[in-house]
Each structure stands twice: as C-alpha cells, then as structure tokens.
Design a protein around this ligand. Structure first.
Ligand SMILES: Nc1ncnc2c1[nH]c(=O)n2[C@H]1C[C@H](O)[C@@H](COP(=O)(O)OP(=O)(O)OP(=O)(O)O)O1
Length: 170
C-alpha cells in the first residue's frame, strides 16, 4: 500500500487544483450539502476546481458566489491540502476563511447551504480528512496537510501548523 513516504512531496504536482472557502461568524460555520461533482452527497465547504488563468483566491470567491450566491468579505488564506489517491489521481486544496459576507446564502443546483455550530460539526457526513485539519481552521491557524486516500478511505495523513503562507504555483 502507498504511504506518505513513497511520495516526493517537494516535486509533487497534482492532477487538479481546487479551493475551499469557509465563512466563520458568530460561532457558526457556513457549510454546504454538495449536490454534484467530486464528493457529491457529502457536507463540505463551498469550493471547486481552479480554472485556467485564475488565482486560487479568485477561484474561491467565484465558487462561493456560484454555489451560494454570496460574496465573502475579510478573506484570509488558511491552508493547503495535498491529496494523493492510490489510483493515481491527486488534488490540491487551497483553503480560505472569511469573517463576513454580503448577501443571503441560497440553494443552487450545486449546493444547499448549511450553518453549523463550530463545536458540533457533522464530521460523519464529511470527508475523512476534515476532522484532522478543521481544528486549525477554526482556531485561525495556518496549516498544511498531506494525505493518502484509497477511494474515500483515508490511509495516512500528516497535518502541521505553518508559520507563514507558503508560495505555491498552480
Ligand atoms: N478530501 C477532501 N476533503 C475536503 N475537501 C475536499 C477533499 N477532496 C476534494 O476534492 N475536496 C474539495 C476541493 C474542492 O472544493 C471540491 C472538488 O471540486 P469540485 O466540486 O469537483 O469542482 P467543481 O469545479 O465545482 O466541479 P463541478 O461542479 O464543475 O463538477 O472538493
């Protein structure tokens, strides 16, 4: 079975680059029930794949607007997630948090908005990796994580707190 040590992470290039953006306000976090795409049926943050010519932050804002029809405000970089699947697929997630937003979250053809108390998250309906990095996200820390997945099963992971935002070309 593939392990974290089998991968040359310094030269690792993902098949896909994507984003996640979490609005966290007043002890609650805005999640979505994802209706389609990768991870359909799960609870996740709004987000999606980066399009050509887009920066990760531009993608994060576009995806939230497309999925929930709101505009995040006071957006801050939170972390980087590197997922390697044993079948060869890989995806990198650029994670952002926002302290506020404009508009009213509504259901779209991609997502149903779901406000959750930050101390009662529905991890059983989320990706298996979420419980290991959400504590950093909720505490306002910067973090990075590396994960091996076999299908939806998390095989191995390493998550660390980061001092600074690190450069990452997409
Ligand atoms: N393991 C894990 N944990 C948490 N979040 C994620 C993962 N893997 C992931 O891919 N993700 C996130 C990252 C992205 O936000 C989405 C995947 O993007 P997707 O919704 O498929 O991209 P879109 O461009 O919106 O796709 P379509 O809607 O066009 O099909 O999941």
């Amino acid at each position: 079975m593939m392990t974290l040590q089998d991968i040359d992470w310094e030269h690792w290039t993902p098949v896909e680059d994507a984003t996640l953006l979490f609005v966290i306000r007043g002890g609650r976090i805005l999640l979505i029930h994802k209706k389609r795409g990768f991870g359909a049926g799960k609870i996740n943050g709004p987000g999606g794949r980066i399009e050509p010519g887009e920066t990760p932050e531009e993608c994060a804002l576009r995806e939230v607007e497309e999925e929930l029809r709101i505009r995040p405000l006071n957006v801050d970089y939170a972390g980087l997630l590197q997922f390697q699947f044993v079948d060869g697929f890989s995806i990198r997630g650029h994670v952002y948090r926002a302290a506020d937003f404009e508009g009213t979250p509504v259901e779209t053809d991609e997502a149903i908005p779901l406000w959750c108390e930050t101390d009662a998250l529905p991890f059983e309906r989320m990706w298996a990796d979420d419980p290991v990095w959400f504590p950093h996200l909720l505490a306002g820390r910067r973090f990075s994580g590396r994960f091996i997945f076999e299908g939806e099963r998390m095989v191995e992971y390493r998550v660390v707190e980061e001092e600074e935002e690190f450069e990452c070309e997409t």
